[in-house]
Each structure stands twice: as structure tokens, then as C-alpha cells.
Design a protein around this ligand. Structure first.
Ligand code: ZN
Ligand code: ZN
Length: 266
């Protein structure tokens, strides 16, 4: 299978996940329907495409979704809920649900710290360090929990804010905190963009690497051996090709790609 097939998706993996769906997923199943930032518009001159960032959780729930990712949903999957992080157009497009044959969802706000359970998976909204042009809107991200797994899906955000860390249970002031076991985080910027103005609203590869080092050293990130930290929301203009990014990032970081499916836990 070549890179282009991976990026464009619609591979055998989609068929497989449909089969898993009938049996009921074990573990926490994350399928990346998009891994790009807003500057992606389609196949680029390198023959690659990262759709706007979106994930499918346990074949049933979406976090962010736009029309770009309609072709990435496995056949037969009809999402039951969509959690949106914020209203930027590369994340938020309720009308796109209409293209899936389901009703355009009624959208309601979530409070930070509020947990909603869907299909046995708990989604808790925590604040992101990210701004929008809408007065009063605050961007969020999600702690996604199932069984012993605690995944922080962090996009869009410049680092992890103290208030988010407190709610998640990884803040310095939380006595009986709970470590996260998995991390998917945005790296809008590649290596060498630490002085980029977006560093206050987005993260870079170096941001994620530093966070992983600190959380690991302090016992706040406790993954099983060998687990990767997946990077998403990669800007077309601030990264090389997928292969170049994969070669450039330090372990345990790993760029996700459209169509990638990961199961956390058993
Ligand atoms: Zn974005
Ligand atoms: Zn944004």
C-alpha cells in the first residue's frame, strides 16, 4: 500500500472496522478521519491530503467533522453524536451531517468539566488555549474515557492550560490526580517554529514533545510500553511530507494520517 492510498483512505482498513463494529469494539477505537489544519484544500503538489481534523470514536461518535471527511467514514457507520471543539470551519460544519444521511444535529453548548456518555464512552470537555472570532466562545478539547483508558484529544490548543490539566487530573495541585494513558495532540507547526506567532494558539512538534517529557517524568502520562503519541492538525505549509514528518519527530511521537485506526487498550 503506498502513501497516497493511506492519505486518500477508502482502504481495506475501512472494511475491517465495519466487521469489528458488528462484534462491538473492545478497547477505545479511534479512527482518524482527518489530520490536517485549515490550509489543506485537497491533494497538494506532493500528492498528499490531510483532511480537516476529525476522529471517529468506537465507530459511533465523532469529534469535529466537516464535509472533507465524509469519504473517510467506514461503510455502514452512522454517527450518533458529534462533539465539536470550536467553530472554526476546519472543525465545525453541522450541515455535513446531512451528507451522512442523518439529521443535521441540534447543537448545544457544553460546560468545561461537563461529561457526556455516549455508547459507554465518557467525553469530558476541557478548555483549550485557542481563540475564535465569536464573542463569548471558548474553544474546548476532550478527555475521552473508556474502561481504564484515559485519552486526551487535544486540538486546537497551544499547550495544555492549567484549568484543563485540573479537570483532567494532571495538574500540580491535584493530590489524587489521575494520569492519562493516551494522548492525541495537535502539532500545527513542525520542527523549528518555536518563534512562530501561532505558538500562543497552536502547538508544534516541540510543544508536544516537551509536554510528553514532562507528563511522563512526573507520572501524569502512564501509557503501556511502546504506545505512540499521535500528532494531528498538521499544517500543509508548516510540515514536510508524511514520510518526512515521521522521520523527523522524536519517539514516542508519530504523525497520524487520514484513515489510520488505533485501538487503545484491549
Ligand atoms: Zn483547526
Ligand atoms: Zn481553530
Amino acid at each position: 500500500m503506498n502513501r497516497r492510498e493511506f492519505i486518500v483512505g477508502a482502504t481495506a482498513a475501512g472494511v475491517m472496522s465495519g466487521a469489528f463494529a458488528k462484534e462491538g469494539p473492545a478497547g477505545l477505537r479511534i479512527r482518524f478521519l482527518g489530520t490536517g489544519a485549515s490550509d489543506w484544500k485537497g491533494l497538494d503538489e506532493r500528492g498528499e491530503w490531510r483532511r480537516w481534523s476529525s476522529i471517529l470514536v468506537d465507530n459511533a461518535v465523532l469529534v469535529d467533522f466537516t464535509a472533507q471527511s465524509v469519504d473517510q467514514l467506514p461503510a455502514g457507520v452512522r454517527p450518533e453524536a458529534i462533539f465539536y471543539t470550536h467553530s472554526h470551519r476546519d472543525h465545525y460544519d453541522p450541515a455535513a451531517a446531512g451528507e451522512l444521511g442523518v439529521a443535521v444535529p441540534a447543537v448545544r453548548g457544553l460546560a468545561f468539566g461537563e461529561t457526556v456518555e455516549e455508547r459507554g464512552v465518557r467525553f469530558t470537555c476541557v478548555p483549550a488555549n485557542h481563540g475564535t472570532s465569536r464573542t463569548g466562545e471558548r474553544a474546548g478539547m476532550f478527555l475521552i474515557e473508556k474502561g481504564e483508558e484515559r485519552l486526551l484529544y487535544a486540538t486546537d490548543t497551544g499547550g495544555i492550560m492549567a484549568e484543563a490539566a485540573r479537570i483532567v487530573g494532571i495538574d500540580a495541585h491535584v493530590r489524587d490526580g489521575k494520569p492519562i494513558t493516551a494522548l492525541v495532540m495537535e502539532a500545527t507547526m513542525g520542527v523549528g517554529y518555536e518563534d512562530d506567532f501561532r505558538i500562543y494558539t497552536h502547538s508544534s512538534v516541540d510543544t508536544v514533545a516537551r509536554i510528553v517529557r514532562v507528563l511522563t517524568a512526573t507520572g501524569r502520562y502512564l501509557p503501556p510500553p511502546g504506545r505512540k503519541v499521535y500528532l494531528t492538525h498538521l499544517a500543509r505549509t508548516l510540515h514536510g511530507t508524511h514520510a518526512e514528518v515521521a522521520a523527523a519527530v522524536p519517539a514516542p511521537l508519530c504523525p497520524a494520517h487520514d484513515g489510520l485506526e488505533v485501538v487503545f487498550g484491549k
